[in-house]
Design a binder for this molecule. Structure first.
Ligand code: LMR
Length: 396
């Protein structure tokens, strides 16, 4: 039976981990997978997470099941973190929520929930979007179509083209949006753009599905969710998938949350049972550990402040690496305008170079990035900026 199945190519992002690891060049630079790194290239455990883990170890007295929703304090903490304490949807109990195995789990449970809705739905994804969005949604059996998003010439959002597409959508459409720190381009919607998206959603009846995996790594914890919060107040129904991989550094603990905003609290109660049922039919329930740690941090003022401060400093470091990279590129006298690097937000930037140049950087300079020319800015450090800029000049 299994001889019918052949080997698949490596994952476009995760596949880079092992090729980078096997490279013996001492100057190698890993700008591949979206993982935050410090100046030494290490992905340290955040200090608040370490403290929460110690506290959890001392207090956890059972490993029995926690129930289909996950850690309740985690789900309510994430709801407030994303929707805000002033959210009318939250105070009216219109938001169902479930802890999920990472942001991927949240996206997948959201997609499977949509599959249960009558009618042929289409999910619209930004062109380009995160490499795993399409397989995740497609394998849930949904139809995927791209909407125009990025202007490669300017390195910014082509909102006019995006808006023109949104104007043609209707109630059978779902629009997948990146809450902040767009992956892979780093080009974010402005607040005015979010306002227009909300207007289109209300007029046309499509449902926004927001993936937010980098809250706090762009302009700050509150600023990064301004778009989502505005949408939440303007539209009746909204789906939000969030991840604690980057902002809590919980990558391997697979900690995420799916939140579904509905028209009223009765519908939220019904949807709560539906998403729990989707989870039960797939993996029964999410691993609890990461949820406990996040819950401890969000419900303790001192730990929360410590976590926020560390997150702010991570975001600041990425911003200064953006400026440093641009400065070094300009010093090389490269005849291409890369100033978009400092305008983009979050961990990623799209260099806009072609696949041959990406391969040349990998083969000749051991600089690793996604084939699309997406770089993880957090993989840079002050020591390698000149090396990367020189290599870039050489391949251009
Ligand atoms: C990325 O985009 O590199 C990260 O989100 C890791 C992943 O799972 O793809």
């Amino acid at each position: 039976m299994f001889d019918q199945l052949s080997a698949l190519p490596a994952d476009p992002l995760l596949g880079l981990i092992s090729i980078y690891r096997d490279d013996t060049n001492p100057n190698k630079v890993d700008l591949g997978v979206g993982v935050y790194r410090d100046e030494t290239g290490h992905t340290a455990i955040m200090s608040a997470i370490q403290k929460a883990a110690r506290q959890h170890m001392e207090t956890e007295d059972s490993k029995t099941y926690i129930g289909p929703q996950g850690v309740p304090g985690f789900v309510s903490g994430i709801k407030s973190l994303v929707f805000g304490t002033a959210s009318s949807a939250l105070s009216n109990q219109r938001v169902a929520g479930i802890q999920t195995p990472g942001g991927c789990g949240a996206l997948r449970v959201g997609a499977e929930l949509l599959k249960r809705v009558k009618g042929e739905l289409t999910i619209w994804v930004s062109d380009p979007t995160w490499a795993n969005h399409i397989p995740l949604m497609k394998s849930a059996g949904l139809e995927i179509k791209p909407y125009p998003y990025f202007n490669i010439e300017t390195g910014a959002v082509n909102f006019e083209a995006m808006d023109a597409q949104l104007a043609k959508l209707g109630p059978n459409d779902i629009v997948l949006l990146h809450g902040c720190c767009h992956n892979p381009t780093g080009a974010d919607l402005s607040f005015e753009n979010w306002q227009q998206v909300a207007k289109r959603a209300s007029e046309q009846g499509f449902i926004p599905f927001v993936d937010i995996a980098y809250q706090g790594l762009g302009d700050g914890l509150e600023e990064d969710v301004k778009g989502i919060r505005y949408l939440s107040e303007q539209v009746e129904e909204l789906i939000v998938a969030t991840s604690c991989s980057k902002n809590f550094g919980l990558y391997r603990e697979r900690t995420g949350c799916l939140m579904i905003q509905t028209k009223n609290s009765e519908q939220a109660d019904a949807i709560q049972t539906q998403i729990q049922d989707v989870a039960r039919a797939n993996y029964s329930m999410s691993p609890a550990y990461g949820g406990y740690l996040v819950d401890i941090i969000l419900s303790n003022d001192a730990l929360r402040t410590e976590w926020k401060n560390e997150l702010d400093s991570m975001a600041l470091r990425v911003k200064s690496l953006r400026s440093g990279l641009l400065e070094n590129i300009q010093q090389q006298g490269i005849d291409k305008d890369f100033s978009f690097i400092t305008q983009q937000k979050g961990m990623f930037s799209y260099l806009g170079i072609n696949i041959e140049q990406v391969r040349q950087l990998r083969n000749e300079f051991s600089i690793y990035m996604a084939d699309s020319s997406r770089i993880n800015v957090a993989g840079l450090n002050t020591q390698c900026l000149e090396y990367v800029a020189k290599a870039l000049k050489s391949v251009l």
